[in-house]
Design a protein around this ligand. Structure first.
Ligand code: ZN
Ligand code: ZN
Length: 409
């Protein structure tokens, strides 16, 4: 176990971020896994980090705050917090966010408080988020188990066993087996993703058509200058990093006003601690004109109403049904893992890197090119074992991309 943990910490620092000598590491981690944060800090110092700055997270205290803090708290962000994020973002830093949360931690919290907090934070920390979106610094989001979350994933087990099982599931998802070869395996995995990305870019589809037995029948037009990307990125500082660890996806942006039809989610969505199941969207000219869910429909409606762009799509991601996460047939109740088990779409913001020259463009220019802008970005899963995706080229020819849930290119 100790060996696997050390291998994971090293993987995050070396492959996830590529921390270099003299760089500051800002590290967010749940208090329950302080031992793992220490391992990451140690691996960062091994890589020559200048300083590791901790940003502790506590799920229980977050819940208490949303339930019990004064109402005005959710409309403001203190100056010191703006400085913390915005100043580090402007410096030579790497950012590692180890996130873990009980999927139902915000159950019972007024959705309005969550939306207001999200809005004020998006505004106050805009310089940070913009630099993050532009890949101005290497950043990586990864996860570790906490007891409350582990119990949700393995409800039949006692706390210790559930925690141990969730560690095993995470190790399998991030390709760690304890043999010390994780860094190598990741390099192989990234080159497979890059090969497929290059093939998709060479095809240069005009649109994609999704169908499956759940009832999805959706056409997605792609911007003319769209680019497919993988989870492996290069920061403007020239460092290779992986924004989400694990990552199995190859993704691009849809044309904001070019999505039409019906799409059904294939797995529950956990958003702001609320479980939303049985999602069905009707989309016309890009806008979600009808949204249904068997459970949590009010949270879904709140999520797509955060701002104008929240009811348009911002991401199209392809993930084979046959992947180390999908093969575990486990619902993690955590988007980081669940989105990598399945083809997904996101409503909300599109990534600038998904069109040619996008990383250098201002927001207005990105919108002109057909990308959606929003303060939110929420992934939902659409992949199934019988998902078919057919691409249409500019000359009208059709090319199968997915047959029975897996890549055929
Ligand atoms: Zn994605
Ligand atoms: Zn996404």
């Amino acid at each position: 176990m100790e060996q696997k943990l050390r291998e994971y910490a090293k993987l995050l620092i070396e492959v996830g971020l590529g921390v270099r000598k003299g760089q500051t590491l800002v590290l967010a981690c749940p208090v329950e896994c302080a031992f793992f944060a220490r391992m990451c800090a140690s691996a960062a110092y091994d890589a020559g980090a200048r300083e590791v700055v901790m940003n502790w997270k506590d799920d229980c205290l977050a819940r208490e705050k949303y339930l019990r803090a004064s109402d005005d708290v959710f409309d403001t962000v203190p100056e010191w917090q703006k400085h913390f994020y915005n100043d580090y973002a402007a410096s030579d830093m790497a950012y590692l966010a180890i996130s873990a949360t009980d999927p139902e931690t915000l159950r019972g919290v007024e959705p309005d408080r969550l939306v207001r907090a999200q809005r004020s934070s998006a505004e106050a920390l805009d310089p940070f988020y913009r630099r993050q979106m532009q890949n101005a610094f290497p950043w990586c989001i990864a996860s570790v188990p906490i007891p409350s979350w582990a119990k949700k994933v393995f409800p039949g087990l006692n706390a210790d066993d559930a925690q141990a099982k969730l560690w095993d599931a995470i190790f399998a998802a991030v390709r760690i087996s304890g043999d010390g070869r994780a860094v190598e395996r990741w390099q192989e995995h990234l080159s497979t993703l890059e090969r497929r990305r290059d093939a998709l870019n060479a095809l240069h589809f005009k649109s994609l058509h999704y169908t499956n037995s759940l009832g999805t029948d959706l056409t997605i037009e792609l911007p003319e200058t769209h680019l497919w990307s993988t989870g492996g990125s290069v920061s403007t500082t020239g460092q290779r990093f992986i924004a989400n660890m694990p990552t199995e996806e190859i993704f691009t942006a849809p044309l904001k006003t070019g999505v039409n039809g019906t799409v059904c989610a294939s797995m529950p969505l956990v958003d702001n601690g609320n479980i939303i199941d049985g999602i069905r969207f009707t989309v016309r000219d890009g806008r979600i004109v009808d949204c249904r869910a068997d459970r949590g429909e009010e949270f879904l409606r709140a999520a797509i109403s955060v701002d104008e762009g929240a009811s348009y799509f911002g991401e199209v991601a392809l993930v084979p049904y046959d992947s180390p996460i999908s093969n575990q047939s486990l619902l993690f109740y955590n988007t980081l893992f669940d989105e990598n088990a399945s083809c997904h779409l996101a409503f909300g913001e599109a990534y600038p890197e998904c069109i040619e020259g996008g990383a250098q463009m201002e927001r207005a220019q990105l919108q002109e090119k057909g990308l959606n802008y929003s303060i939110t970005h929420v992934d939902f899963m659409v992949g199934t074992a019988d998902l078919s995706i057919v691409g249409t080229l500019y000359d009208g020819r059709e090319v199968p991309v997915f047959v029975n849930g897996n890549f055929v290119i």
